[in-house]
Each structure stands twice: as structure tokens, then as C-alpha cells.
Design a protein around this ligand. Structure first.
Ligand code: SF4
Ligand code: MG
Length: 334
């Protein structure tokens, strides 16, 4: 009718997932909260990797960041304060086929969850952990967290925080079996996205500390980093986070860093004068928990049932024993 000699056929891939397929409820974080950017980057990753939503699990503890699973249209577990990591490990042990992500705040990870953090790094299961670090307990309304800077006034430290802030990077880099540590800032979306993507492809436990703005309680926490690009040290290496042309023009303080060099990674993490951004450490060869504990003995269902019944018999209370005990007790009383 319009002079086209051939019929045009538009093929639509109905299996293709769009961003909407990963979007859950409308996020209820404060306007300008950095958590929004982390959510967008994560949804982008899921879309770009075409992860089946039913194969993804987002696990969190308690805090503003812990609302994350509600905003993803995937499986999720909004659990207990500080317990996101062991929950995620449990999911991964039982269902290694699932993509398991953890979202936790600085209080969640570095305070009540510290023991779990240390042991999750050590067991090195394939998980992506995003630590949203806004230097404060936000959900419970402005209490100092382990990463609150020295002197910062909060509801629990009205005279200013007494202690120097904990450095989550040096802690993680000091744990046996550490295999992936990155640091990014959420206000640079392309760097944030790339760090999450590389963490996702890492063959082990990937820990990302994300500096996250909390305009409500810590509006000035990262003002020096936002106002002067020179305060961010962009780590560069061949298979690391590549900066676009625009970013390269703006962020000129760079360092060639070999992420296999753990000693240099620790030195960079420990710097007080500048904030390193990028992948500090990566080692794909650290054994994962599921590898080292893999049983070579494959039992069938009958064998497993026999073992299970044996365990029940061992700890069960048998009727004849119970009645014999009752008789003994009755006799004792006479
Ligand atoms: Fe975000 Fe802070 Fe508001 Fe929590 S209190 S939602 S961290 S801006
Ligand atoms: Mg916090």
C-alpha cells in the first residue's frame, strides 16, 4: 500500500527482560538518597546479564539499605540486623544455582554483623556483597556507626565521635581467604555499575564498599569528594574499571594498580589523604567453601534415609525407656 515490495517483519524477543522486569515496589528512600543509584545500577546489571528474576535472591539485614529486596522484583529476604551474610550463605549452600546478592549498611555489616562479615570473607562463597556506607545509622535516626568519622556529632555522640572510624577495606583485606575487594562512590554511576558487574563475575565472595550519600543525616560526609575530583584516586588496570573519555577528563588523579598485589591494595586502602576508587584486590584462585567441602561420596536416597533414621533413633525417646524411667522416678519417691 505504501509502495513496499516486501513485507516487513518485526521480530520481538519475548524472553528479553527489560528494566521493568526487575523493578519491585516504588523506593521509599529520602529524596537524594544514594541508595537509589545503587538500586538502579543493580537493576541495570540484572537486565544486561539477562538474569532470570526467579533465579536471583537479594538478602538484607536491617537499616535503610536493607529495604533493597522490596524494590527488586526477584526473590528476597529482609532478615535480622547483622545477619544478612549467614542467611545469604545458607541460600547459596542449598541452591548454588541462584545468584545471591547482599545489601547491608555500615552499622549492619561493621557493628552487629562483624563476626559474620569476617567468616563470610573467609569461607569465600560466590556472593556479591554491597556495603552501603553512609557513616551513620539512618533508619534508627542518627546514631554513630563504626564508620562515623572522628568528631562527627550524632544523637549518640553529641560531643562528637570519640574514636577514629573503622576502615572496612583494611579489615576485609586482612581476613584469610579474601578474594575480591572494591570501593566505589554511588554518585559516579558508570564506576558503580562496573564495580558491581565485576563483582558479579568474580568467582568467590565479592565485597564492595559503596560510599553512599545520606542527605538526611550526613549531608556533609562526602562533600570534599564531591567538590574536588582530585580527592578520588581512580585505580586503573587492563581488566579493571575503565573510565569514559568524559570521566577521564574530570578525574585525573589515577594510579596504575595491579589488583593481584595485596600489599599495595592494603597500602592504598589505608590512605587517609585520598579515597581509592576501583578494584583494590582480586584473586580468582582462592578456594571457595563449596569446592573444599564437596563430598566425593554420592549417596542415593535410600542411603540418606538410613542415615537420617539412624540419627532419629539415636536421639529419639522410646516409649519403653520413657515408661521405665517413669517407674524409677515413682519408686524413688516412695
Ligand atoms: Fe537514605 Fe539517609 Fe534517608 Fe536513610 S535516612 S533513606 S540513608 S537519606
Ligand atoms: Mg549506615
Amino acid at each position: 500500500m505504501f509502495g513496499l515490495s516486501k513485507q516487513c517483519v518485526l521480530e520481538v524477543n519475548e524472553e528479553y527482560k527489560t528494566l521493568e522486569d526487575y523493578q519491585g515496589r516504588v523506593a521509599r528512600w529520602c529524596p537524594g538518597c544514594g541508595d537509589n543509584g545503587i538500586l538502579t545500577a543493580t537493576q541495570r546489571l540484572c537486565r544486561d546479564e539477562q538474569l532470570p528474576p526467579e533465579k536471583c535472591v537479594f538478602v538484607s539485614g536491617i537499616g535503610c539499605a536493607a529495604r533493597f529486596p522490596h524494590y527488586m522484583s526477584t526473590y528476597g529476604f529482609h532478615g535480622l540486623h547483622g545477619r544478612a551474610l549467614p542467611t545469604a550463605q545458607g541460600v547459596k549452600i542449598r541452591r548454588p544455582d541462584l545468584h545471591v546478592f547482599v545489601n547491608m549498611g555500615d552499622g549492619d555489616c561493621c557493628s552487629i554483623g562483624t563476626a559474620h562479615w569476617i567468616h563470610t570473607v573467609r569461607t569465600n562463597m560466590k556472593l556479591v556483597a554491597m556495603m552501603h556506607d553512609n557513616n551513620i545509622y539512618g533508619l534508627t535516626k542518627n546514631q554513630a556507626s563504626p564508620t562515623s568519622p572522628l568528631g562527627m556529632k550524632t544523637n549518640t555522640t553529641p560531643q562528637g565521635a570519640y574514636l577514629k572510624a573503622m576502615n572496612p577495606l583494611t579489615v576485609t583485606l586482612g581476613i584469610t581467604n579474601v578474594s575480591f575487594v572494591a570501593q566505589v562512590v554511588e554518585w559516579l554511576p558508570e564506576v558503580l555499575y562496573e564495580a558491581i558487574r565485576q563483582a558479579f563475575h568474580h568467582n568467590g565472595f565479592a565485597f564492595i564498599r559503596i560510599l553512599q550519600r545520606c542527605p538526611h543525616f550526613t549531608p556533609d560526609a562526602f562533600s570534599s569528594l564531591l567538590s574536588d575530583p582530585k580527592n578520588l584516586l581512580m585505580l586503573q588496570h587492563e581488566d579493571g574499571i575503565q573510565l569514559s573519555e568524559t570521566m577521564s577528563r574530570l578525574y585525573k588523579t589515577t594510579e596504575q594498580h595491579d589488583p593481584a598485589d595485596i600489599n599495595r591494595a592494603r597500602e592504598l586502602a589505608d590512605r587517609d589523604d585520598i579515597v581509592p576508587v576501583g578494584i583494590l584486590y582480586r584473586n580468582e584462585n582462592v578456594p571457595r567453601y563449596e569446592q573444599v567441602t564437596k563430598s566425593t561420596h554420592k549417596s542415593n536416597w535410600e542411603q540418606r534415609e538410613k542415615v537420617l533414621n539412624g540419627a532419629f533413633d539415636r536421639f529419639g525417646i522410646h516409649a519403653d525407656v520413657a515408661s521405665a524411667n517413669e517407674g524409677t522416678k515413682a519408686g524413688d519417691g516412695e
